[in-house]
Design a protein. Structure first.
Lengths: 724, 157, 214
């Protein structure tokens, strides 16, 4: 099921439940399992449990009055730890800064999918959470009204209390827990409108921030449990390689090193091997690893090199129509007959996620269960993967989520938790496996490197046809195997309204495989598609002698797009710009949000190009926290800037050439242009915000460079200092 | 045995004198606010104060810290109230938050030596700290705010 | 302020520097140098014996120049206020600034990363107890200098850190100069051994320190 299908599914099939936890707390939650059809709404909790469905408690009200809210998704910087609480606090009428917020365990029966990816957390749960919180508030008001023998309509809730309007009598929520647990919640509750919001829609200060300014936040790498040992693994530097033999004698002499053994790490259905060094401290393990001697077995798979990867892709693009994802009209025919046409190739590199917190995980393998603590984006996938590998019940794999020091898609993979489990199994004790920065850079998985062939026909000052072909690795193959179908993400990032106004469009995926493990990387295929497709539209605009913004206005006819373009023009002064002053525009859609970028560049003396300013206009529909949205866009621009102009992962003879931040360089504080973010105001369904701010930056930048210099950049990354 | 003075507390450490302070602090002393990011002094996630300087603990040996004054993020202030910490929260700077122990420790040295830092001073002090979430614009804002807060407090050290 | 060190003092030989090698070679006298300036002078000949020979001098300087312009020397004698890095002499990542004393600024002081000794591993900070750039008031730029420009700069006390002939001779054995020949893993060495360099250096100085024509 795709993320958006899952979201639809959940909102259709979720029902509020209320249950006491002993006598100490009131637990309010939803049944969100996909198994919970409408017919079970009125059944007892026991029968739901039989059906494998458990209450997802998002709100726990203790008799003391303390309120605990649950963050059921991974907090990796995108701010859901705060914004989930912000949603609940609004309708529950509790002080956002007075509640406790807890991270949780992986439990799909309760929470539905906890895969924190596809920018899905808020858009996937806000409707349920608003309804849950409002219902909880109403139940507490009912309990208080009954206690006072008054009509509930004469009472209201505020700051964790129910108050009677006329008398001013007041009870805190904790005093109402016992009574409320006996009530049947109302089926329908009235939700606030945007005008009533006191908490939602405001840029409140993040609840997780104070934990992150004094060292208190516990990231996976900071987690400590009794008896914990530390390990690091020397893995075959070739991405599917095995261990032939190893000599542990020197490693075992390093003080603190306790065990050295071969370990297997599964990358979905592929295994790769390494040698684990277990020690009493991370450093001792690293020292032991340095003196380890390993002979690798590199047979049975191709050893790829970078220039060759892209050469092969581009050969395929010239010789193959590929697998069609979607076709409307007859772009091939139109382009064949057209007089005025373009046929160009774009290229985007492999990229590493390079989370600041290197990959790590704690596992404790025990006879009857496995317990895991770590920075993970997809606890349920880990449960699936580990239980399958070990032949263990899914429920016996307990995954505890910590804060993540960045995720960006990398930490959705179950490879490193599984490896930690295998190390723990071998030593019979809890162990934390820490990847070095070099492991992180050299072992992947990576955003796939992709070549695009873009063809288009121009007619009467407009676009007559578009034909896009993509050759790059399909992430789905790692998870689901090769179905023989086109990569479903081939058109990701391309704006849907274009299909209405451009009659002839096709997208095809020309299958391309290598042994390199690939995965989602912030905004996934939109991050690369967006560069090719939105640059190509700019090329066609110039070919048709149209203003690039006017071209978009012409073909994005829906009202939301028109308003977005109005705003983009207004904030950037687009219409007042001079000819070839260095302005570029791009608009992409990603995870149900549309984001437009305008970039202004100028010549930087003999040092190439300088980015003067970036304006970003976001239409994400209904939203929770404008400050977090702004922060996500700022961060997305910085990440996109790095991927477009600073770093790339390259391969030589099957091995990655970059090792650390000295050769996979990062944008630093000295590299950041001013970024101005604007959010469109409407009440449409909420879209994602962790990723959609990223894809349109690179094309807006290269389009701006074309405007200034006439130079068209079709290959990323490029060095701003070398553009003249 | 090596004597360490971390956050005004004395520790006797029985470890290889070559072990970087980062791992001594995290794995032996148990203060995990100081982060491992790169291990080669590229990213600044591991910055601690060694006699007041923003030293990269991932490449600084235990032996160099012997008998010196070491402050980690946990010891920067009593109540998360160093002007940089207050400003960081005021501007909601952290996203994932992993790099900010190091960012704040670097900023604290900047604010001590340049109570009114210019943007150029901020570049000069902070370019050694990487943030993958890209919070740089807010770091800059927060440092300017911290400078103001520091002034209001009446102290510039 | 009393701990402020005068820029020229930075180029004093460090406390236990053994300088006998160069003197042995040069005047056939073997002596340990003391750290104290006056004592040092007592035990050294008052002046380096100069035997002018412009041809030999310029020839020796050709070798000297190769070393000084190699990444191991030039990287810390940059044109700007940011040191260079690597065998390709790119601008130092993260742009650390020289600062008044040449020891970096604010949260980016040299010694924050550069330890008293080399850090093991590839691309790790090389180390020296006295790691620094020339100070702001005496930048001693090598980068971009022609042999003639560099030769003239090296012997001009106003530009060389107030070094007289004797101090120049001694400087060949400066701890930081010698660190060029212990660059840490993965970095290329200067184009000749330290002994060869020292020989060329002293030959150049003792034959009159002639500057090449260009």
């Amino acid at each position: 099921m795709s993320v958006s299908e899952e979201i639809e599914h959940l909102s259709r099939r979720s029902f509020l439940r209320i249950a006491g936890i002993g006598s100490a707390a009131l637990c309010l939650g939803l049944y969100v399992s996909e198994k919970a059809g409408a017919k079970v709404v009125n059944e007892s909790e026991a029968s739901l449990a039989d059906a494998g469905i458990a209450l997802a408690a998002w709100i726990i009200i203790h008799t003391s009055g303390k309120v605990t809210l649950i963050c059921h998704r991974a907090e990796m910087g995108q701010g859901v730890y705060h914004s989930i609480a912000q949603i609940i606090a609004e309708e529950l009428e509790v002080d956002l800064y007075g509640v406790d917020i807890q991270l949780t365990q992986g439990d799909e029966k309760k929470y539905g999918s906890q895969l924190t990816g596809g920018s899905s957390t808020i858009r996937g749960s806000y409707k349920n959470l608003l309804k849950l919180s409002a219902t909880a508030r109403e139940v507490l008001i009912m309990a208080a009204a009954a206690r006072w023998g008054v009509d509930p309509s004469g009472c209201y809730a505020a700051s964790g209390h129910v108050i009677q309007k006329s008398s001013g009598k007041k009870l805190h929520y904790g005093e109402l827990v016992a009574d409320a647990a006996k009530l049947t919640p109302p089926k329908e509750v009235k939700l606030k409108t945007r005008a009533d919001y006191k908490v939602i829609g405001k840029g409140s200060l993040r609840r997780d921030s104070p934990l992150k300014t004094n060292g208190q936040a516990v990231f996976g790498i900071d987690k400590r449990i009794p008896g914990l040992q530390f390990a690091t693994v020397e893995r075959n530097p070739r991405l599917r390689g095995k261990v032939r033999s190893f000599d542990a004698s020197a490693a075992l002499k390093v003080p603190g090193v306790t065990r050295v053994f071969k370990v297997v790490m599964g990358v979905w259905d592929t295994d790769r091997e390494g040698v684990a060094v277990v020690a009493t401290s991370t450093w001792a393990a690293m020292q032991g690893r340095k003196v380890l001697k390993v002979e690798w077995d590199d047979s049975g798979f191709e050893h790829v090199s970078s220039p060759e990867i892209f050469r092969r892709q581009q050969e395929l693009l010239q010789n193959s129509e590929g697998l069609s994802l979607s076709t409307q009209g007859d772009p091939t025919g139109i382009i064949a007959r057209a007089k005025d046409k373009l046929d160009v190739v774009y290229e985007t590199p492999y990229q590493s996620h390079s989370c600041m917190e290197p990959v790590n995980c704690i596992a404790h393998y025990q006879a009857d269960k496995v317990e895991i603590w770590g920075p993970v984006q997809a606890p349920n996938w880990i449960q699936d993967y580990v239980s399958k590998k070990l032949g263990m019940d899914r429920e016996k794999v307990i995954v505890n989520m910590t804060f993540l020091g960045g995720g960006f898609g990398r930490k959705a993979m179950p490879d490193y938790p599984y490896e930690a489990v295998m190390v723990s199994k071998e030593i019979g004790a809890p162990v934390q496996v820490v990847w070095t920065r070099e492991d992180d850079a050299t072992q992947g998985p990576y955003r796939p490197g992709i070549s695009y062939r873009c063809e288009g026909a121009v007619e009467n000052g407009g676009i007559a046809a578009l034909k896009f072909r993509m050759a790059g690795q399909n992430n789905d193959h790692w998870m689901r195997g090769d179905s023989g179908k086109a990569n479903r993400s081939t058109s990701e990032g391309f704006l849907k309204p274009y299909y209405e106004s451009i009659k002839h469009i096709s997208f095809a995926d020309v299958p391309f495989k290598t042994p390199i493990p690939t995965s989602f990387w912030r905004s996934v295929y939109a991050s690369t598609n967006g560069f090719a497709y939105e640059s190509f539209l700019d090329e066609l605009a110039h070919q048709a002698q149209k203003d690039p913004m006017d071209l978009r206005r012409q073909y994005l006819k829906d009202e939301r797009s028109q308003l977005l373009i109005d705003k983009m023009e207004e904030v950037s002064g687009w219409k007042n710009r001079k000819k070839n002053e260095g302005y570029g525009v791009a608009i992409t859609e990603c995870f149900a949000s549309t984001v437009g970028h305008i970039v202004k560049v100028s010549k930087n003396g003999d040092k190439g190009i300088r980015i003067d300013k970036v304006w970003v206009v976001v239409d994400c529909g209904w939203y929770v926290n404008p400050d977090i949205i702004t922060a996500q866009v700022e961060g997305s621009v910085v990440m996109a800037l790095g991927a477009a102009t600073i770093h790339e992962i390259t391969f030589k003879n099957g091995m990655v050439e970059q090792r650390n931040f000295y050769d996979y360089k990062m944008p630093r504080i000295t590299d950041i242009p001013p970024i101005e973010v604007h959010i469109m105001e409407n009440d449409e369904n909420a879209g994602g915000m962790g990723e959609p701010g990223l894809p349109a930056f690179a094309p807006a930048l290269t389009n701006a460079i074309f405007d200034l210099t006439g130079k068209r950049i079709r290959k990323l990354p490029f060095d701003l200092a070398n553009v003249h | 045995m090596i004597n360490l003075n971390v956050n005004h507390k004395k520790y006797r450490i029985d470890a290889d004198p070559d072990m970087p302070l980062l791992w001594v602090i995290r794995d032996i002393i148990g203060l995990t606010g100081t982060k491992y990011g790169c291990g080669v002094a590229q990213c600044g996630a591991c910055v601690i104060h060694l006699n007041g300087e923003a030293v990269r603990s991932c490449v600084t040996k235990l032996s160099r810290g012997a008998g010196q004054e070491i402050i980690t993020i946990e010891g920067l202030s009593a109540n998360n109230n160093h002007p940089a910490q207050v400003a960081w929260n005021e501007e909601s700077v952290p996203q994932c938050g992993y790099c900010h122990s190091g960012q704040i420790m670097s900023a604290a040295v900047l604010l001590r030596e340049k109570p009114n830092p210019t943007d150029q001073d901020i570049d000069d002090a902070m370019a050694g700290n990487i943030c993958r979430c890209g919070t740089y614009l807010r770091i800059r804002k927060a440092i300017h705010l911290a400078a103001e807060l520091q002034k209001k407090e009446g102290g510039t050290t | 302020m009393n701990n402020l060190v005068k820029p020229w003092q930075r180029f004093m030989p460090s406390r236990t520097v053994l300088i006998m090698g160069l003197l042995l070679y040069f005047v056939g006298l073997m002596a340990f140098a003391m750290n104290h300036k006056t004592e040092l002078k007592k035990e050294l000949p008052p002046h380096v014996v100069i035997r002018k020979d412009s041809v030999a001098s310029v020839k020796a300087f050709t070798a000297v120049y190769k070393v000084l312009m190699s990444p191991r020397c030039m990287n810390c004698h940059p044109q700007g206020d940011i040191p260079l890095q690597g065998d390709d002499s790119h601008l130092h990542t993260m742009f650390p600034k020289r600062g008044l004393e040449g020891k970096g600024v604010l949260a980016m002081k040299c010694a924050n990363c550069h330890q008293p000794t080399n850090t093991p591993g590839l691309n790790t900070p090389p180390g020296n107890p006295n790691w620094h750039l020339p100070p702001a008031d005496m930048k001693m730029v090598f980068q971009g200098k022609t042999p003639r420009q560099l030769a003239k700069q090296l012997v001009d006390p106003q530009l060389n850190g107030h070094k007289d002939m004797q101090k120049l001779v001694e400087h060949a054995d400066d701890g930081l100069v010698k660190a060029g020949w212990n660059p840490g893993e993965g970095r290329s060495l200067p184009p000749m051994s330290h002994a060869e360099f020292k020989k060329a250096w002293i030959t150049w100085l003792s034959t009159g320190a002639y500057a090449p024509k260009k």
